[in-house]
Design a protein. Structure first.
Length: 480
């Protein structure tokens, strides 16, 4: 880049398919199947009516792996390589365009630069004590369930009409959207005030409304304040550990802020969708439901099944060719976009007669190669714990509307329903002396990082006592 774009040598194929519209939104799997029949392992697709927004959707598992591994250094994840964007051909008001915007972070770096940018963040993730983190997730999950369950004794006490036998809740809004974000903010060591401001800014930014840009700038400020604060006063949290390990990587202030931002935003999105999609699968697939209930199938296996049949991240936008190349039958020019269709991967494996069982975890739902997810254990832990708490606390949980009646967000990146209403029998009052879960009194990294200065400095206190219960945060959640 920097030099003029080379002459195009390969024209856009004469035949392409739309990757938008109600059919695609309603049943992406059937849509991918039809594309596969029509085009084979790679389908040229357009992403809007104008046809200017276009790329090659890679449906086949083997080609997907080849792109993600990127062994020939053919592909870049940096949208400055997107020729149609650079040349102004793209409609800038398309909802996906802001997601492409270049950020100076590991997400857009390759090779040695990616290694440098990813090192401190990955090492910090390695400091997490997953047993303690599980306690944290469980605590927050219970608080969220408590917040939407009516209190049995309150209803009895005020002598009002008997409460309904079944309760209906949108578990996406009341639970799945909140849990991963709360966990990530707590792991970053935010206090309740900063977490509240961060949650509001993320919500506003992702809503895509008129305040989205201002919210994105506010979020950057909040991340900067968090990093600066932890440098002054490190604690047993991910930000302090990122700063500690950064002594070898040399990330500047901006890059540090980007890493924290990325971990929070990436940690939140796919975990939310994975909770929803697994719950939906459990409640609409009788065999799976019966097997999990009878413990013939673990929650982990049910989650793995979903990675094949309704992956939380459906499509990776994008990978841009940095040199002329070929995928399947198509030749691509420098600056052409490949879209890695993770959501189609299970279908292509099955049609090739391969095993996509609950225990085969060769799926690509975590991505692959250098950019593959560095937080698989953490992601799995958040989702599994979140599902287990729901499963235990809401026996008899069922969908409130048939699966076919759910409305879905456009399945470009993450695929989740716009709402996931469930019903469950009203729980009976808990026995008075029930000993439910008690919160951990220990932090979730083994200790705060050692002080970085050569001067002897006072060791930060180990935040004694219970984890904050974050009641007001759990009560807060902007309505969608
Ligand atoms: C729970 C479900 C999760 C799923 C399914 C998931 C999936 C993915 C995928 C597919 C990618 C690759 C993106 C690409 O190649 O374009 C990725 C990258 C990433 N994920 Fe996750 N993720 C999950 C949870 C998390 C969590 C909890 C974190 C928290 C730290 C996280 C942090 C990241 C980061 C930092 C990257 C960028 C890696 C890089 O470019 O070096 N993810 N994830």
């Amino acid at each position: 880049m920097g030099a003029a774009w080379p002459e195009r040598t390969t024209p856009w194929p004469p035949r392409s398919a739309p990757l938008f519209g109600p059919e695609f939104t309603r049943d992406p799997l059937a849509y991918y199947e039809a594309l596969r029949r029509d085009f084979g392992p790679v389908a040229p697709v357009t992403l809007d009516e104008s046809g200017a927004f276009r790329g090659y959707l890679v449906l086949d598992h083997v080609y997907q792996l080849e792109i993600l591994r990127n062994q020939g250094q053919v592909w870049a994840r940096d949208s400055r390589w997107y020729r149609d964007l650079a040349e102004g051909a793209l409609p800038l008001d398309h909802p996906l365009v802001p997601q492409f915007a270049y950020r100076r972070s590991r997400l857009n770096a390759e090779g040695a630069e990616h290694t440098r940018m990813a090192a401190a963040g990955n090492q910090a993730l390695g400091e997490l004590d997953l047993v303690r983190t599980r306690d944290l997730v469980e605590d927050l999950a219970h608080q969220l369930v408590d917040a939407f369950l009516p209190r049995a004794d309150a209803d009895e006490a005020d002598g009002a009409a008997p409460p309904p036998e079944a309760i209906e809740v949108d578990v996406l809004a009341a639970y799945a959207l909140q849990l991963p974000l709360l966990v990530m903010m707590r792991l970053m060591g935010m206090d309740e005030g900063a977490a509240l401001a961060t949650g509001n800014a993320i919500h506003e930014m992702l809503s895509g409304g008129p305040g989205a840009q201002r919210a994105a700038a506010e979020l950057d400020e909040l991340m900067l304040a968090l990093v600066t604060g932890k440098r002054e006063d490190p604690g047993p949290d991910l930000v302090s550990w990122i700063l500690h390990h950064n002594r070898d990587s040399g990330l500047d202030e901006h890059e540090l802020r980007e890493e924290v931002w990325l971990q929070i935003v990436a940690g939140r999105g796919a975990s939310t969708t994975w909770i929803c999609n697994t719950l939906l699968e459990l409640l609409s697939n009788d065999d799976l439901y019966a097997d999990v209930l009878a413990n013939r199938c673990s929650m982990d296996e049910a989650m793995n099944h979903v990675m094949w049949v309704n992956a939380p991240i459906q499509n990776l936008f994008g990978r841009w060719a940095t040199q002329p190349t070929r995928i399947g039958p198509y030749r691509l020019d420098v600056g052409d976009m490949a879209i890695v269709g993770l959501g189609a991967s299970g279908m292509t494996m099955r049609s090739a007669g391969l095993d996509v069982s609950r225990t085969n975890n060769a799926h690509l739902a975590w991505g692959g190669g250098n950019h593959g997810c560095p937080a698989r254990d953490l992601g799995r832990l958040i989702v599994r714990t979140g599902l287990e708490v729901l499963w235990d606390r809401l026996p008899g949980i069922d969908l409130a509307v048939p699966r076919e009646k759910l409305t879905w967000d456009l399945p470009y990146v993450a695929r989740s329903p716009a709402a996931l209403p469930v019903t469950f029998p009203r729980p009976s009052a808990e026995p008075k002396d029930a000993t439910r879960w008690t919160a951990s009194s220990t932090p979730f990294t083994s200790s705060p990082p050692p002080a970085t200065s050569t001067e002897e400095r006072e060791r930060p206190s180990e935040r004694p006592g219970r984890l904050p219960r974050w009641r007001s945060l759990v009560a807060w959640w902007p309505k969608r």
